[in-house]
Design a protein around this ligand. Structure first.
Ligand code: ADP
Length: 276
């Protein structure tokens, strides 16, 4: 009882935290969008220092866009403004022409699947861990999503298959396997917009390949933003946005940016040289 009391105190503290991104009083309806994302004159800062400066960009529905640039350039912050984890200081973020701050956060986030660098896994069965993507989904739907994510094979190789309990934080799974569980959740959720923060830790080449195939399948017919830490990923992107010090300093295909941007050439050459 004493332990539970301490937990309740902490939970109560969290429940009473002030919401820094409140829901609008009269939210506008937000039906399933096609997935066009527009940033108009967006400025953002966490504290005093500007983190994003006057961002103006249109990402067409159905395209795959890679966000690249040095660490601290503002890539994650840019991505975080779309599901409204933060509000802009000025300027507007729109999905299919609708300002994200005018719809309810629930409706907004229902249309966006966020695949983070480290999948958050719970000490529960694999089945239930994937089902988090869409809590009402049947067992068959979970298995179908796992197949799409190239996860079915490794799950079936475990003695208890889908009933296997993953340790706290997924200790019994490799990095690539955790990421594919996360992708399976995104398939199950079936949202038109995917934001994917690529894992920075190196995966073995087979895992990497399976992850790439799963990501390509997931991107069919959806708008996908990949925060790319490794250049091997960006080959599949329609467009690359190069971030530097809070600005988008170049956009285009790999070849176009490679030719016109010194920062990009330096980043690219350094990474490909390390791999060679
Ligand atoms: P990237 O994804 O390109 O590495 P980030 O968007 O994570 O860049 O960070 C941009 C800048 O914002 C960095 O200077 C970083 O230190 C700062 N920053 C990121 N998150 C926070 C936060 N929660 N609070 C304060 N500053 C932050």
């Amino acid at each position: 009882i004493r332990r539970a009391e301490a937990s309740l105190d902490r939970i109560e503290y969290i429940l009473h935290e002030e919401d820094s991104v409140p829901d609008p009083i009269n939210p506008v309806p937000f039906p399933r969008p096609k997935g066009e994302i527009v940033f108009e004159n967006v400025h953002f800062s966490y504290t005093d220092a500007a983190v994003l400066r006057d961002i103006n960009i249109t990402i067409e529905a159905g395209k795959t866009v890679a966000l690249v640039g040095p660490s601290g350039a503002g890539k994650s912050t840019f991505a975080n403004l779309i599901p409204r984890f933060y509000d802009t200081v000025s300027g507007v973020v729109k999905i299919d022409g609708i300002d994200v701050s005018t719809v309810s956060k629930y409706d907004l986030r229902d249309q966006i699947a966020f695949v983070s660098q480290e999948a958050i896994l719970f000490a529960d069965t694999i089945l239930n861990n994937i089902r988090i993507g869409r809590p009402g989904a049947s067992d068959e739907e979970v298995v179908a999503a796992a197949k799409m994510a190239n996860a079915h094979e490794f799950i079936e190789s475990f003695p208890d298959k889908y009933e296997s309990i993953v340790g706290e934080r997924g200790a019994s799974l490799s990095g690539g396997q955790r990421q594919r569980i996360s992708i399976a959740r995104a398939f199950l959720k079936n949202a038109p917009i995917i934001i994917l923060d690529e894992p920075t830790s190196a995966l073995d080449s087979r895992s990497e390949e399976q992850l790439q195939v799963a990501m390509e399948k997931l991107s069919q017919g959806r708008t996908v933003l990949i925060i790319a830490h490794r250049f091997s990923t960006i080959q599949h992107a329609n467009t690359i946005l190069l971030f530097d010090e809070g600005e988008i300093v170049a956009s285009g295909t790999h070849q176009e940016i490679y030719e016109k941007s010194g920062i990009y050439r330096e980043l690219y050459d350094k990474q490909t040289m390390q791999q060679a």
